[in-house]
Every structure is written in structure tokens, then in C-alpha cells.
Ligand binder design. Sequence first.
Ligand SMILES: Nc1ncnc2c1ncn2[C@@H]1O[C@H](COP(=O)(O)OP(=O)(O)O)[C@@H](O)[C@H]1O
Ligand SMILES: [Mg+2]
Length: 292
Amino acid sequence: MERGRKEVFSILGDDPELEKIKEQIEAAKAAVRKEDFDPHREEKKLVSENLGNVRQIIAVHSGKGGVGKTFIAVNLAFTLAKKGHKIGLLDADIDCPNVARFLNIDENELEVDEQGKILPLIHKGVKIMSSHFLSLNPEEPMIVRGPIKHGVLKDILSTVEWGELDYLIIDLPPGTSDVPMSTMLLADIDGLIVVTTPQKEALMDAKKSALMARKLNVPIIGIIENMSGDIFGNNAEKLAETLGTQLIASIPLSREIAKTNEEGKIAFEIDSLTNEVSDIINKLSIKIRRRV
Ligand SMILES: Nc1ncnc2c1ncn2[C@@H]1O[C@H](COP(=O)(O)OP(=O)(O)O)[C@@H](O)[C@H]1O
Ligand SMILES: [Mg+2]
């Protein structure tokens, strides 16, 4: 054995190619050590090629579920569309998508273009994509592990034909793993809106959302405090300060907002809610438009 090894080394030692191979091995090792080594490079390339005609990607997130991310994403998308922008709304919650329910969309079939690319569904002028439309029975649970969700998200981001968009609004699921992480890694997000409610656990999870975004180099637009008022209080200002970002607005916990959402209506379209929601979402959309 020892003899065999010596023989191999002596043969290699005389080989002028050996130094070259050694250099290549060292370069590969250095690349792996370097912080900018990116295991998602290929997937990111596919996604950025596919989203080449999207001017801005805005994501809505929070570590916690049930704080109003979907409510805000939907209203933001339709407010921007009403202002004349070309809007796409991506429901990135792969296993429990809610956008179709929020908008009372019954259709469940997507069209495919000549190149075999999936076309988003168009609802009141907004292009919408959701795994809800990919499911044969949206009422059945999708029981899958993280890698499958990553795969579905990657396919959606890299193959859906949005055409030209001014803004793609991404409604993210809660948490700091799986889909939110994959979205932040794969898509070149221009700005993140962090949603929280005034309760301590929501603030704690919103902070995690913001810190995750910072770690993954996603710029934060600011925080929206939802469901504020007499019952839960107004507590997000301090979080905004701690994070060095701005509290964009506080939306009250409101019987009328709850009812409007339940009915599948869009809150900013309801006259009686104009002051409560429309002004706030308008403020948000102005902040977003200023960033272009
Ligand atoms: N300001 C509000 N006042 C009353 N109900 C609200 C308000 N914001 C959201 N809701 C309701 O709270 C629930 C959770 O909101 P949702 O947008 O689905 O949260 P998330 O996407 O963060 O899980 C929904 O039923 C929604 O209609
Ligand atoms: Mg949601």
C-alpha cells in the first residue's frame, strides 16, 4: 500500500500538470471559503431573467401569522393599480394561500402561453399568481416539507410570465425559514414592508423579520402596525426606532375592516373606510413610488 502511494506521488511529482491541478484545487477551496460564494446562483439567474421586465419588487412580511400581511398586500396592490401602475400580486404562501379567498376569486384555471409559460390570472386589472390556482382542490391541505415549497416557489418565480410590471407585490407567509427565506434569497427585492400588531409576541416576530431581511440584504421600507387602538394599544414606534427604520402607519383594529375582508371586498374601495385604510395605503404607495 505504502509502496503504491509512493509510486503514484513520484509519477505525479514528475507531471508538469500537477501544479496546475493543485492551483485549481486551492482556487476552488478559496471560492468555497469566500463569503460571496452563492449556492443559489443558478436559481437566482433564472429568476432575475424571468423578472427582467418587473421594475420593482415589494414584499410584505412578518415573523407572525394573522397580523394582516395579506390584507395589506392586497390593498396595496389594488391601490397602486388604481393609480395607473401595472401590478402583479404574488401569493407566496405555498401551502396556505389566502389571496384568492381575500378577493373571492372562484376561477381556478390558469392559461399557458405558446412558450408553455404560465400566465397569471387577471382580476380587476391586477395580475395574480397563487399556488391556490395550481391546486386541483384548493380545499385539500398541501402536506409537504420545506424543499418542495422552495421548488414550487422557484418554479413560480422563474416561469410565470408577468409581462411588463411596474410593481410586483409579494405576500409572504410568516416565519424566518422556508418560503420567506427562499424568496429573499432568490428574488431581488427592492423593499420590504414589515407588518406587526401591537402585541409583544407580534413585535418580537416582526423584529426577527426585519433582522432576517438585513442579514439577507433586503432593504426595509418600514413598519406598518395593524390592529392598533384601544384593545391592543399602539406599540410599534419603539420597534421602528430600535431597528432604525420608520413606522409608516398604524391601521386600527376595525369591525368594518374585518367585515369587508370577510366579504372579499377591497377595503380601500369602501367609502366609509376611506379615511382609515385608503389614506394609509396611499401614504405607503407614495413612499414606495418615491423610491423608484
Ligand atoms: N385592521 C384590521 N381590523 C380587523 N380585522 C383585520 C384587520 N387586519 C386584518 N384583519 C383580519 O385579520 C385576519 C388576518 O389577516 P391576514 O391578512 O390574513 O393576516 P396574515 O396574512 O398576516 O396571516 C383576517 O381575517 C383579516 O380579515
Ligand atoms: Mg397571509
